[in-house]
Design a binder for this molecule. Structure first.
Ligand SMILES: *[C@@H]1O[C@H](CO)[C@@H](O)[C@H](O)[C@H]1NC(C)=O
Ligand SMILES: *[C@@H]1O[C@H](CO)[C@@H](O)[C@H](O)[C@H]1NC(C)=O
Ligand SMILES: *[C@@H]1O[C@H](CO)[C@@H](O)[C@H](O)[C@H]1NC(C)=O
Length: 527
């Protein structure tokens, strides 16, 4: 029986019984059906009915027997050290997994999940690795699964969609599309295809979600790979759009393409000195509040202090070529303000993303919250005051610290797009907002205090917003709880349906789980 027909027959069984995974699901049998010869893995066979202290040693050895030495690295190999040394944040880089597994096919991801179940060895999955804390894309003593070899970028014959596997970077995806000569592009300035945030970017940058076109390939707990879309497994599809790593491992993203003639768009960084901060804040808030006028324009602001000098870095973009930034009405206010430096220009999208800065090698830390700004736009500037006060005091003596406060708006177009195809797990958000994200070295408490104070002040004004953006949340934040009780319950029902034994709750313990923060700790701000 081919893998394909096997998958279809198991799906048929699931549909008949109204259960995705049968109560008598046998992991050993599922591995045999994946073509795994269990007699060739003698250590694994006796594990069927028990767990073992050597679980991960056995899981790693079995993966190595099945997929070869190149697919599995142990800590005595240089490839292990170069892998752990290449994380974006050095915090997950300090984690020591039992082994690193590099699957090359979705089927080998299925086998990994089943072997983890059989051996009870925990795992974590890394694609781009943009999570800042330990345990998200790395796991102490378990199997860290690197998706780097899942790098397919396949443009459909009609060029309307592209299938992208999660081991890609945006730079690679966009270069591949540019190379097709199709003049197509889409995407955002981000180093991680798998950072699956459908509603945070402008429409023009957005992975557009059309019912018949948008599909996620997902490895589920029983090892079955399904395509989740608004029409196939729509509940799973809904849950994956914001529900995190609680339902399966996404091994393919089918995305809509957008024509972009000659790959050209406008973007870059315009930097301002402290004397102009009030105008910069006003320009950004005006752009956010008026975002419905032109979904092509977007940006974010980074407030920071370098060597005692305070700066505002604005990343501005426009999803079409511009002769000058001032030509786009939503961006023009930024060009009325004198800048310290400016790299904004029209260039290739692939080139823009490739030139984008990702600060590797720092102890990065995130903390995030959102507010409904429309009723009190002046509150945005208040958050910067809270930030300067806190970092100027507590962090003054911390050597090498680089505190940043980032404003990023959720535009009208993004909110509208996120409601298509059944919405998303935090679909209750109605008003355009602004979220704040900080990333710096050390000092969780200061960040937590800043968040507490901003949250309290936003509550006092009645503009607080519960939604916490998962990708930039700290390990202490209970992200799923921030989606509201109703969405949380629905997410749990979906998990119960596709993963009745809670494989992704227990064997993949890192990151934000359905019932908890990644690392619950009542001393810190949660949500
Ligand atoms: C699972 O299947 C294997 C092989 O068919 C069998 O030896 C084992 O007893 C089964 N396990 C359970 C718990 O039924
Ligand atoms: C399975 O593995 C055993 C032990 O290595 C071997 O004798 C047998 O031929 C293998 N079976 C198949 C179908 O490859
Ligand atoms: C995109 O394609 C154009 C035309 O083929 C080429 O000149 C350009 O260098 C490409 N850009 C990148 C970043 O690959």
């Amino acid at each position: 029986m081919s893998l394909h027909s096997m998958l279809f027959s198991s799906l048929a069984i699931g549909a008949q019984s109204q259960a995705f995974e049968l109560a008598n699901f046998n992991v050993t049998d599922a591995l045999v059906q994946q073509g795994v010869n269990l007699s060739a893995l003698p250590e694994l066979a006796p594990l069927a009915d028990r767990s073992s202290d050597f679980a991960c040693h056995i899981a790693c050895d079995s993966l190595q027997t099945l997929y070869g030495a190149d697919a599995v690295d142990y800590d005595d190999e240089p490839s292990y050290t170069s892998f752990t040394g290449a994380y974006w944040s050095t915090i997950p880089a300090e984690v020591k997994p039992s082994c690193i597994f590099r699957p090359s096919t979705p089927a080998s991801v299925s086998v990994l999940v089943l072997i983890a179940r059989l051996s009870q060895c925990p795992f974590a999955v890394k694609s781009g690795g943009h999570s800042a804390f330990a345990g998200g894309a790395s796991i102490e003593g378990g199997v860290t699964v690197s998706l780097e070899n899942l790098r397919e970028v396949r443009l459909a014959a009609d060029r309307e969609t592209v299938a992208v596997q999660p081991g890609n970077t945006w730079s690679r995806v966009l270069s591949k599309l540019n190379d097709t000569g199709a003049g197509l592009t889409y995407g955002l300035v981000c180093d991680n295809v798998a950072s699956f945030d459908v509603s945070t970017y402008t429409e023009a940058y957005l992975v557009a979600l059309f019912p018949e076109k948008y599909v996620l390939g997902v490895v589920t707990a029983s090892g079955v790979v399904v395509n989740a879309s608004p029409t196939q497994f729509p509940d799973l599809y809904w849950a994956l759009r914001g529900g995190g790593n609680n339902f399966g491992i996404v091994v393919s993203f089918n995305m809509m393409t957008r024509p972009l003639p000659n790959d050209l768009l406008f973007g870059g960084t315009r930097v301002f000195a402290e004397a102009n901060f009030p105008q910069v804040a006003k320009a950004y808030i005006d752009m956010s509040l008026n975002s419905a006028q032109d979904p092509k324009a977007g940006g974010w602001v980074v407030w920071l202090s370098v060597g005692g000098q305070r700066l505002a870095l604005t990343e501005l973009w426009y999803a079409a070529p511009l002769a000058a930034g001032a030509d786009a009405p939503l961006l023009s206010a930024f060009y009325d303000i004198e800048a310290v430096s400016d790299s904004t220009k029209t260039r290739g999208h692939a080139e823009y993303v490739r030139d984008g800065h990702s600060f590797y090698g720092q102890r990065q830390v995130y903390y995030v919250l959102s507010v409904k700004l429309a009723a009190h736009p002046e509150f945005a500037a208040r958050t910067v005051d809270v930030f300067w006060d806190a970092v100027g005091g507590a962090l003054g003596g911390v050597k090498g610290v680089l505190p940043l406060l980032i404003w990023q708006h959720v535009t009208e177009a993004s909110l509208k797009a996120s409601k298509r195809n059944g919405g998303i797990p935090w679909g209750l958000i109605r008003l355009a907002g602004l979220y704040l994200s900080c990333s710096w070295r050390l000092v969780y408490k200061t960040m937590s205090d800043i968040m507490k104070q901003i949250k309290q002040e936003s509550r006092d004004l009645g503009i607080e917003n519960d939604w916490v953006y998962m990708n930039y949340a700290s390990q202490y934040q209970d992200v799923i709880a921030s989606y509201g009780a109703e969405n949380k319950e629905r997410l749990k029902r979906v998990a119960e349906m596709y993963d009745p034994r809670g494989v992704f709750q227990t064997l993949q313990p890192g990151y934000f789980k359905l019932d908890r923060a990644a690392k619950p700790d009542a001393r810190y701000f949660s949500h």
